[in-house]
Design a protein around this ligand. Structure first.
Ligand code: BG6
Length: 487
């Protein structure tokens, strides 16, 4: 992945959490790898509370360095990485300050990337200020989630940004799309003949997509309490994963072919009747509990969270897709904070054989199953039945493993690194188009509205468990269970 095109990467929110943990470490990794970033490419950080470049570099050394390279920092590469960084002090509340940015960028070669690692309330003012000094030309803009709070506010941001930047200039980031196994899912489905014929209602019984976290809300209690798991994870990451799992084969991998197919899935999601929400969606909130031997506090006592908060930290929802391929197949989506494990995976449960000549053990559903694990380790595991050695014909579950780190010892890339390189190189396929985002909001809104109107407390679950029992009951109604409940 070589780039010979120069760029200037302007980072708004240059001292924020995301810049510290993800964006600057990802740019460092791309720099360290060599050949991925043009030598002349520069990073221009923008912040208000820092006096000058020297102070910003001190901040980067103190706060960003601990987050780079699990295998230690390459000091030479780090020093040359710092040479790429420049700094402009801007008060985002003061549009006149943007002339400083214009002057700092004037005469530079190549594309300008504006990365808005700020709260969404600043997206429109920043875009307008950029336009007022002519910086919306020859540029790309990256918008971080959350992009709005609901369909209306997301439309308002998209309308306003769309007046300044064309859709092809806008990169809406969903970092789950940059994860290697998500790419591999596309390779698996569309690069092989094995799976695609089975990837449909005739052969698939149900699909589960789980993103479970052990972490709580960390320092983001205030933000999270106004957001909740449905907006934070389902509207974006989970529905994006769902659309990749369920999409039709695209004509090519160009950005609009892929995004058109994902959009078709999002538009085919069966709308949830508000009267059914209790049956198809479960919301929970964690109470105090124990995770890996350590006591953790209840959500309602986290800093920034209202004591009587009704915000959900867990969601499980049954989704159906109204098209020829998937009619009648339940997709169970689930996410939560402070769960028993940190795991993100997609589980495809195939149907049982139509007739078992080999006894009852061969006729159960889920005997054939594909588990695509996104994290913590990246593996794809295919479960089959095989004969146990010895007398008789007793079947047992065995699995074929594809562990990427064993096959490909080099070249693994973090999601942010891949996505930032895509922005710099003008590849839009892994970014969310406006119509996809709208379709996703349209589908979640009735749930949000119903929960807001009913104003009932979410179901409690102890931290360190797999969420409220109702999430298991929902699957039991379909004769299935979550993967960790097997056996
Ligand atoms: C973010 C959410 O988008 O994704 C966070 O806002 C969440 O609440 C995070 O913790 C999870 O991402 P990952 O890559 O750590 O699974």
């Amino acid at each position: 992945m070589q780039t010979d095109s120069s760029f200037t990467f302007v980072l708004f929110g240059g001292t924020g959490d995301l810049s510290m943990r993800k964006i600057l470490p990802a740019l460092y990794e791309a720099h360290r790898a060599g050949g991925m970033l043009a030598d002349s490419g520069k990073i221009v950080a923008v912040a208000r509370h820092i006096a000058d470049r020297a102070a910003y570099i001190d901040w980067v050394n103190e706060h960003v360095k601990p987050h780079v390279s699990k295998n230690g920092v390459d000091e030479t590469a780090w020093a040359s990485f710092l040479d790429r960084i420049e700094f402009v002090k801007i008060d985002l509340g003061n549009p006149e300050d943007f002339t400083l940015l214009r002057d700092a960028l004037s005469g530079r070669p190549g594309i300008r990337v504006f990365y808005l690692a700020t709260g969404p309330s600043l997206f429109v003012p920043i875009c307008r200020a950029l336009a007022s000094v002519g910086l919306n030309e020859n540029s790309r803009i990256v918008l971080e989630k959350p992009l709005g709070y609901d369909l209306k506010s997301s439309n308002a941001i998209n309308d306003a940004v769309g007046e300044i930047f064309a859709e092809e200039q806008i990169y809406r980031i969903d970092h789950y799309l940059g994860k290697e196994p998500v790419q591999n899912l596309l390779a698996l489905r569309f690069g092989n003949v094995l799976f695609e014929p089975l990837w449909r209602r005739e052969w698939v019984e149900s699909i589960q997509i789980t993103i479970a976290e052990e972490l709580g809300v960390e320092a983001r209690g205030d933000f999270y309490d106004n957001t909740g798991a449905l907006r934070d994870m389902v509207q974006n990451h989970l529905l994006q994963l769902l659309s990749i799992v369920a999409m039709e084969p695209p004509h090519s991998m160009d950005s609009d072919s892929v995004r058109d197919e994902k959009l078709r899935v999002l538009r085919a999601l069966k709308p949830i009747d508000p009267r059914d929400i209790g049956k198809v969606a479960v919301r929970g909130q964690y109470h105090a509990g124990v995770i890996r031997g350590s006591a953790v506090p209840a959500y309602a006592t986290e800093p920034g969270v209202k004591q009587d908060s009704n915000t959900e930290t867990f969601v499980a929802v049954k989704v159906e897709i109204e098209n020829w391929r998937w009619a009648g197949v339940p997709f169970f989506l689930r996410t939560g904070k402070r769960l028993a494990d940190r795991v993100a995976e997609i589980v495809v449960n195939f149907r049982a054989v139509p007739h078992s000549a080999l006894g009852a053990s061969a006729s159960r559903g889920g005997a054939n199953r594909l588990v695509i694990r996104l994290q913590p380790n990246e593996t794809i595991r295919l479960y089959c039945l095989a004969k146990q050695p010895g007398e008789g014909m007793n079947l047992a579950s065995v699995h074929l493993d594809l562990a990427f780190d064993r096959f490909f010892r080099e070249g693994q890339m973090e999601a942010y690194q891949r996505l930032l390189l895509d922005v710099i190189n003008g590849r839009l396929a892994l970014f969310v188009r406006r119509d996809e985002q709208e379709a996703a909001w349209r589908w979640v809104e009735p749930i949000l509205n119903e929960w807001a109107t009913a104003n009932k407390p979410p179901k409690p679950y102890a931290a360190g468990t797999w969420g409220p029992a109702a999430a298991s009951a929902m699957l039991a109604q379909h004769g299935t269970c979550w993967l960790e409940e097997e056996n």
